[in-house]
Design a protein around this ligand. Structure first.
Ligand code: CMP
Length: 138
């Protein structure tokens, strides 16, 4: 069945001028954009969005990074969206990311890794609702 995932183009990739190329990779891979905006997380927003990682040693660094500049938030639609999008973005660590993936092309480190992709249908719905009002979801 057609379903949805949620993505962010992270501050590193936005600052480095990769918004257009990353959106092209996403749509060329068959994803339909159903919500899209340029926005910026406050520190409190980033803490809340990543609260599942609060106990991790990299949490402070992650929150600082994700709130330091503009991001692009998007909801994407495709058959098997969550799994297929994680394949398209590649491994968390760009050193392990496969050829042809977004992180292989644009990530600079395990922390500054260019894009986010939801890890489950449940989290995709939660994360999409975090960023978009109902009237912004098409
Ligand atoms: P993502 O999978 O989108 O969401 C959790 C993020 O935590 C992950 O991307 C990385 O950006 C970050 N992260 C994971 N592991 C590390 C790490 N060892 N050091 C710094 N950041 C990390």
């Amino acid at each position: 069945a057609t379903n949805r995932t949620f993505t962010m183009i992270k501050p590193d990739a936005v600052a480095n001028g990769h918004i257009g190329n990353i959106l092209a990779m996403i749509t060329n891979a068959g994803f339909k954009i159903v919500s899209l905006k340029l926005t910026q997380l406050t520190v409190a927003d980033a803490q809340a969005f990543y609260s599942v990682h609060a106990a991790r040693p990299f949490y402070g660094e992650l929150v600082e990074f994700m709130s330091r500049g503009p991001i692009v938030a998007a909801i994407l639609e495709k058959d098997n969206a969550v799994e297929d999008f994680r394949t398209l973005i590649g491994a968390t660590n760009p050193a392990d990311a496969a050829e042809g993936t977004i992180r292989k092309a644009y990530a600079t480190s395990i922390g500054e890794n260019a894009v986010h992709g939801s890890d489950s249908d449940e989290n995709a719905a939660i994360e999409g609702a975090f960023h978009f009002a109902g009237r912004e979801q098409f």
